[in-house]
Ligand binder design. Sequence first.
Ligand code: DC
Length: 223
Amino acid sequence: MGIIIAIDGPAGSGKSTTARMVAEQLGYIYIDTGAMYRAITLAAIRANIPIDEENLSTLVTQNTVTLEQSSRGQRTLLNSQDVSSEIRMPEVTNTVSRVSASASVRKAMVSTQRKIGEKGGVVMDGRDIGTVVFPQADLKVFMTASIDERAKRRASELQRKGIDTSPEIIAVEIEERDRYDSNREISPLRQATDARLLDTSSLLPEEQAEIITRWAKEIFPKN
Ligand code: DC
């Protein structure tokens, strides 16, 4: 079937591109858990509710977030509607850290993530996969990169999508989000003690994927 590969790290460290490539090379499913937190954030924005624990605990019971695998990658569905593009909008990005700090939101998302990944053959990326979702994951990777490099990558990714921004603006936003994600009470962004550190500052996505695929093959030669 395959192993569980957990990839965690701060925003813009290259997790999703790399995780997608590793999954493709191994014939595994790729799960972008950030997309799930973004989808529930979109639901909160649409409902126009104040972001607090009481409102969010109700919101998670009224909305369903699902991930669908298609030939063109992962699609994120909110109540069966495809929101894959909408969840990348700046308004969602700027609100998602506050929503993902909620205990009710995390409980619901982690439970779904465990159901999807428990059988193995999965590459899951996020902030708490190796520490909370799958502490028993066979391979844990903590990806990081310099703030300048991360901001440059995120800015060009957004520019490609037609969103006007600059690395300087993105650097401020990323640092703020990392601070929030790392200092929240529940499941903060942390490197698991048994995670392998991968600094991607001077690596290409192909090189990053190759390193992780090699580690996976060393652990599970049947890959
Ligand atoms: O990976 P991303 O930038 O799309 O994630 C969006 C936000 O979701 C991120 O700022 C923190 C949150 N998140 C989380 O708390 N836990 C995860 N496993 C994944 C993402």
